[in-house]
Design a protein around this ligand. Structure first.
Ligand code: FAD
Length: 379
C-alpha cells in the first residue's frame, strides 16, 4: 500500500511551487515510477504529494527562434524518443531513453524525474552531461538556470531545493548543431534493467584541411594499410564524453575530450587514447551488479565503441537504433573483455545468455531456456 497523507493535482508550475512552499511535508510527483516505488517500500511514508503530471506547459519538446531546444520535464520517455525535433536534432537522446525499463515505464517515467531523482544510473544522464543541458528550476523567489554538469551533489542528491520544480531542460544550438553521438548501455539483460554502465560520446566533425594533400589516403590506411577506421577527411573539432555509473554521480571526462580535440577522426590512436585517459576521470565502485574491475573494462570498451559509432554517424554511415549490450556480446571484446571478465567472475557463467535473436541459454550448460518463438515482452 502507498502511505500518502494528501495528493494535490497542480494546475501550473507556479501553483505547484506555491503548494510545495506552503507544505513542508510535500514533494513533487511526476510519472511516479520512482516516487511510488519508494513509498511502497516505506521511504517518505506519510508525505503529501504535489502532482505536476497534468500541467500542459511541462509536456512536449519545442525549439525557440534562436534554435534552443526546450524539453518539458514531464515529457515521458516514449514521447521524447518519438518527438520530431528529438529525432532530427538529438537522436542519441531519444535512443538513450528508449533503453529505460520496458514500454510501460517509458510511457509513465519522465525525463525530468530521471534527472531530479539524482541517480547516477539514469539513462538520460550521460547524454545530458555531454549536451551541456541547462535546467530551469522555478522556486518561490523566481527561476534559476543550473548547468546539468553542476546539478548533482552526490548519490541521489542534487542542488534542487524541495520546493523547486524543474520547468524546462534547455539545449543550446551550439551544443547540437553539427554534432553526432552515440549512447551505449551495458546491462545483463536487454530490458527492465538498470544500467551497469552507460556511456555517451558526441563528436563535432570538421573537414580536415590536410586531407586533400593526402590525396585520399586516410591516417588509418597509412597506419594499418587496411583503411577500416571511419572518419577519413575529418578532424575531431570537438568531443564530449559522459558516463553513467562510472562515479557516484553522472560524469564528464573533460581532460580526455581536450586531448582528442583536433586529432584526425580516422587516426587509430584516438581509440587507445580515449580508453586510457577516461580511466583517470572516473571512479567506479563495486556493487552487487558488477565489480569495479569489470566496470573499468566496460568504461574503456564502451568509450571506444561509442566514439567509433559517433564518428560513423557524423559521416552518415552509422547504425541507427539504441546501442545496448549484454554479457553474450562481451565475447567480441576478446582479451580485454569477455575472457578477463569470465576469469574474474566465474559465478557469472551461470547467468542466462541472451542471444541477439531472442533465444535464452543457460550460461553454464548452453541449454536453451527459452527459444525465439516463445519470446515475449520487451527483450
Ligand atoms: C520497473 C522499473 C524499471 C526502471 N528502469 C529504469 C531504467 O532502465 N533506466 C532508468 O534510468 N530508470 C529506470 N527506472 C526509474 C524511473 O522510471 C526513472 O527514473 C524515471 O525517469 C522517473 O521519472 P518519473 O516521472 O516517474 O519520476 P517520479 O517518480 O515522479 O519522481 C522522481 C523524483 O524526481 C522528482 N521530480 C520529478 N519531476 C520533477 C520536476 N519536474 N521537478 C522537480 N522534481 C521532480 C520527484 O520529486 C522525485 O524525487 C525504472 C523504474 C521502474 C519502476
Amino acid at each position: 500500500m502507498y502511505d500518502i497523507e494528501k495528493f494535490y493535482e497542480a494546475k501550473s508550475a507556479g501553483d505547484a511551487v506555491a503548494h510545495l512552499a506552503a507544505d513542508p511535508n510535500a514533494m513533487v510527483i511526476s510519472g511516479g515510477t520512482d516516487v511510488l516505488v519508494k513509498l511502497r517500500a516505506g521511504k517518505g511514508a506519510g508525505c503529501d504529494l504535489v502532482s505536476i503530471h497534468e500541467i500542459p506547459e511541462l509536456h512536449g519538446v519545442d525549439r525557440t527562434t534562436d534554435g534552443t531546444i526546450v524539453i518539458g520535464p514531464a515529457t515521458c520517455f516514449t514521447d521524447i524518443t518519438n518527438d520530431p525535433i528529438i529525432r532530427e536534432s538529438l537522436p542519441y537522446l531519444g535512443e538513450a531513453v528508449d533503453t529505460v525499463g520496458g514500454p510501460q515505464i517509458r510511457s509513465m517515467g519522465t525525463i525530468g524525474g530521471n534527472l531530479c531523482n539524482g541517480a547516477t544510473s539514469a539513462d538520460s544522464a550521460a547524454t545530458m552531461q555531454t549536451l551541456n543541458a541547462r535546467l530551469v528550476l522555478q522556486g518561490p523567489d523566481g527561476s534559476r538556470e543550473v548547468p546539468v554538469t553542476e546539478f548533482y551533489t552526490g548519490p541521489g542528491r542534487t542542488v534542487r531545493k524541495r520546493e523547486e520544480v524543474l520547468i524546462a531542460i534547455l539545449v543550446k544550438p551550439e551544443d547540437y548543431i553539427g554534432w553526432s553521438g552515440c549512447y551505449i548501455k551495458y546491462g545483463k539483460r536487454k530490458s527492465m534493467e538498470i544500467a551497469t554502465l552507460g556511456c555517451c560520446v558526441r563528436v563535432k566533425l570538421e573537414a580536415d584541411p590536410g586531407a586533400e594533400k593526402a590525396a585520399g589516403v586516410s591516417s588509418s590506411e597509412e597506419a594499418s594499410g587496411s583503411g577500416f577506421l571511419p572518419g577519413a577527411g575529418y578532424v575531431l573539432g570537438d568531443v564530449c564524453i559522459g558516463y553513467a555509473v562510472a562515479a557516484p554521480t553522472p560524469t564528464r571526462c573533460r581532460n580526455t575530450e581536450k586531448l582528442l580535440t583536433g586529432m584526425k577522426a580516422d587516426d587509430p590512436k584516438i581509440y587507445d587514447l580515449i580508453a586510457e585517459h577516461v580511466l583517470e576521470e572516473v571512479s567506479p565502485r563495486d556493487s552487487w551488479r558488477a565489480s569495479r574491475d569489470f566496470r573499468i573494462q566496460l568504461i574503456k570498451e564502451m568509450a571506444r565503441r561509442a566514439l567509433e559509432q559517433a564518428i560513423l554517424r557524423g559521416t552518415g554511415k552509422g547504425t541507427p537504433g539504441a546501442s545496448y549490450f549484454s554479457p553474450v556480446e562481451l565475447d567480441e571484446m576478446g582479451e580485454a573483455g569477455g575472457q578477463v571478465w569470465e576469469a574474474e567472475h566465474p559465478e557469472e557463467k551461470e547467468m542466462p545468455v541472451y542471444k541477439k535473436d531472442g533465444e535464452v541459454l543457460n550460461g553454464q550448460t548452453g541449454q536453451v531456456i527459452r527459444d525465439t518463438d516463445k519470446k515475449g515482452g520487451d527483450q
